[in-house]
Design a protein around this ligand. Structure first.
Ligand code: F6P
Length: 594
């Protein structure tokens, strides 16, 4: 028999298997419907695994884009949008805005790009999609710079998308952002042993702020079917609110921080409301599979839902939500690198600027001043290094850049004081008139300045106690086109799942981190090159365009499924019968979405 004949036979066998499985499923589901508990939505009937598998195979074979083989760039994103989601309007929603306008002392206006992984990831995406970005207008000159519709065209000087600012009163900001989001959800989701604080008034403000953003999304939507990219833990209720107002929207929610196990999550007094809100999404994304699993477990435990593990989907209230891991990343190549000086010049400039002796190894840490980042822990590791290897005293300098963050909250104030105190102690114990082992600069730095530091450093330490991804690790790698420099990376940062050639440490173990520091200090140029080269390949291939592109492709498949379902329903002589509803649901289940 010819190859063509074999293929044909295989297709026929699969098709007949599929049809019999479907027939078995339909008869089983009819039976099940008669016995189903009435509280469950009709679409929650149990599906036939066999039928699903066969049909999923068909769908897979018919996929037009294989994510793994694509070169991801802004162009790829634009093509996905044009081909797969024509006319779709992309709306991004985040608390933090990508461009903040602040008043200066002399009455002028300065532009600040905030220290935020979310912003560095989403900005190139929104530019590529020419979308609309809705965010809280927190800058002191934000109102002055917005038009009468509260919009600004950005990036300044080369506008490619619209920033729509949302205004919040001081009380709203206090309750929603500082209170519920950052004193409640933030410590709840990070294992950093800071107690979450839950206040009724904060919850009310959180709900009200989510509603305000939902209204803004509706106002900005040009039609009934936008693609809304909801960002982060500030907006757990927003997906449901959007779904109620724009039922045909595709809502992709990305949770940028870890999701705790269901036992930890259970302490949140509004846990069901949060899950219900998030399940208004078409897709919920996490950085790692581990966090996606934790979320699914929480839903399984607290909500009347059905979990379709094989499809990574949750069926709740008659609606399907996909729960997937999409590891976030950065743009590649990094545009601003083009305007930076060479590595040698960056080294010289940085050493002069911070008074670092020429022969000393330069370790850097760059982050928001946050208790989840393990800043104190890396200072302890440095001390440990000095204790165990006194010969390193005088030969290592640690430069810590810490952007002030959430500074009015007690936990953050306390951390700031502790960091300054410990840095002082180490400097007194091990420093001298012309040698300061720890240089701590608690100031906001521009992205270009940060990249200059990355290029100047011998070692970059990312020692988060817990982190969704951590983009500093990826930025450091991207900045090193000289293929030199060593990354020390916490095993509790999502980035450690990808950057396997980093020196991976447990930041709670100061001895282990100090060993890694010693290894880094003494590592030869060849080994550095080998490790860095591999990590650069990973960041290049899994760049931020791939992150967004994978979600958009999944969204496109969802939309196509929805359209197919509408056709199926309108083909029917009357309103869908129970059986039609089941077969629609079954097909959604059966084809899978990836
Ligand atoms: O890490 C979570 C996160 O929301 C990031 O996505 C973002 O980079 C950071 O926190 C910013 O925090 P804030 O906006 O509170 O300064």
């Amino acid at each position: 028999m010819t190859q063509h004949g074999v293929d044909l036979l295989l297709v026929l066998i699969l098709a007949s298997l599929g049809l019999s499985a479907l027939a078995i499923f339909l008869s089983m589901s009819r039976h099940r419907r008669q016995h189903a508990p009435s509280a469950m939505p009709p679409s929650d009937d149990v599906a036939s695994e066999a039928a699903r598998k066969v049909l999923r195979e068909f769908e897979k074979n018919g996929q037009s884009v294989d994510a793994a083989l694509v070169t991801w760039s802004p162009e790829t994103l634009r093509k996905i949008l044009a081909d797969e989601l024509p006319d779709a309007q992309v709306i991004v929603v985040s608390n933090r805005e990508p461009y903040i306008h602040n008043e200066t002392k002399d009455g002028g206006v300065e532009l600040v790009v905030p220290a935020s992984g979310l912003v560095s990831a989403l900005e190139p995406i929104t530019r590529a999609c020419a979308g609309t970005w809705i965010a809280y207008g927190g800058g002191s000159a934000d109102r002055r710079m917005a038009d009468r519709n509260d919009r600004v065209q950005v990036p300044p000087g080369n506008p490619s998308y619209t920033l729509r600012r949302v205004w919040l009163s001081d009380d709203e900001y206090q309750g929603y952002y500082l209170g519920f989001a950052n004193e409640g959800l933030w410590p709840l989701c990070h294992i950093a042993f800071t107690r979450p604080i839950f206040r009724e008034s904060d919850w009310e403000a959180y709900e009200a702020a989510n509603r305000k953003f939902a209204e803004t999304v509706v106002a900005e939507a040009r039609n009934e079917r936008p693609i809304v990219l909801v960002q982060d833990y500030h907006f757990a209720l927003l997906p449901r609110m959007i779904r109620e107002r724009l039922p045909e929207a595709i809502v992709i929610t990305f949770w940028h921080i870890p999701w705790p196990n269901s036992e930890v999550f259970s302490i949140c007094p509004w846990r069901e409301r949060i899950l219900d809100g998030l399940l208004g999404s078409s897709i919920i994304g996490f950085h790692t599979q581990f966090h996606a699993n934790n979320f699914t477990e929480s839903v399984d435990r607290f909500m009347e839902s059905r979990i379709e593990r094989a499809d990574a989907a949750i069926s709740y209230g008659g609606q399907m939500t996909l729960v997937h891991a999409y590891p976030i990343s950065i743009e590649w190549p990094v545009e601003l690198l083009e305007s930076l000086p060479g590595v040698e010049e960056c080294r010289t400039r940085t050493r002069e600027r911070f008074g670092i002796p020429g022969e000393a190894k330069l370790c850097i840490g760059v982050e928001r001043l946050d208790y989840t980042k393990g800043v104190l822990d890396r200072f302890h590791a440095l001390e440990e290094l000095f204790k165990r290897h006194p010969e390193t005293v005088g030969k290592v300098v640690f430069l810590q850049i810490a952007a002030p963050s959430r500074g009015t909250l007690p936990a953050y104030k306390q951390l700031h004081e502790e960091c300054l105190h410990l840095a002082d102690e180490i400097n007194q114990r091990y420093g001298s008139d012309d040698y300061k082992p720890v240089v701590m600069v608690a100031e906001h730095h521009k992205q270009a300045d940060i990249y200059e530091l990355y290029r100047a450093a011998d070692i970059c330490l990312v020692t988060s106690l817990h982190d969704g991804m951590n983009l500093v690790a990826k930025e450091f790698v991207a900045s090193r086109d000289d293929e030199q420099g060593v990354l020390i990376l916490s095993t509790f940062a999502g980035a450690s799942r990808e950057l396997l050639e980093a020196l991976i440490v447990n930041p709670y173990d100061a001895a282990m981190t100090s060993d890694a520091m010693l290894q880094a200090i003494t590592m030869g140029a060849d080994e550095q090159r080998e490790r860095m080269r591999r990590m650069r390949e990973i960041v290049r291939d899994n760049n931020v365009y791939r992150w967004a592109g994978s979600m958009l492709l999944d969204a496109a498949r969802l939309r196509k499924r929805g359209e197919l379902d509408r056709v199926t329903v309108s083909d029917q002589p009357s309103a869908p019968t129970g059986e039609n509803v089941v077969s629609m649901f079954e097909r959604k289940q059966a084809v899978g979405f990836r």
